[in-house]
Design a protein around this ligand. Structure first.
Ligand code: HEC
Length: 133
């Protein structure tokens, strides 16, 4: 009987963890290499005016996005960036820029392109692997 209570607690914790589970993380190869290359070009043309790539692996970037659904970053980009003209890119271009940011933060490419659909992105947890620039 001594162990009964911790076991109950443990199973409650496990249930809570699985309820919040994501299908995949950004470490699982959720974009293609070609997409990230396209995103890099867009970044250079549209985003570099205000930020350098190194900005996206600062501690602040990690604190804000690590563990969040990828849809949070995707929606943020669409609604807020580029700051002077939000929404100016096509959905495919936003997906490409997101793929580039993932590559920049050490997440590997995979076989299928990143979908720009918010519902699909909601199933992917941002799991930035590199902890330093
Ligand atoms: C006109 C300047 C400007 C341009 C162009 C611009 N940004 Fe930004 N961006 C900002 C500023 C300023 C912030 C900080 C906003 C805040 O903290 O509220 C920001 C914030 C961000 C963030 C959040 C950073 C963090 O630490 O969480 C991301 C991601 C981002 N921008 C991506 C992009 C991308 C991708 C593009 C190109 C499509 C872009 N930005 C273009 C000015 C710009």
């Amino acid at each position: 009987m001594r162990f009964a209570r911790p076991l109950v607690l443990l199973s409650l914790l496990t249930a809570a963890a699985s309820a919040a589970a994501f299908d995949r993380t950004t470490g699982d190869g959720v974009y293609t290499a070609a997409q990230a290359t396209e995103g890099e070009k867009i970044f250079e043309q549209v985003c570099m005016e205000c930020h350098l790539p190194g900005w996206h692996h600062t501690v602040g970037f990690y604190a804000k996005w690590h563990g969040k659904p990828l849809s949070a970053l995707g929606t943020y980009l669409k609604l807020e960036m580029p700051q002077t003209d939000p929404g100016v890119l096509t959905p495919g271009e936003y997906a490409a820029v997101t793929a580039y940011l993932l590559r920049l933060t050490g997440n590997p490419p995979g076989e299928s392109p990143l979908n720009d659909d918010a519902d699909a992105l909601a199933d992917i947890r941002i799991d930035t692997l590199k902890s330093a620039p």
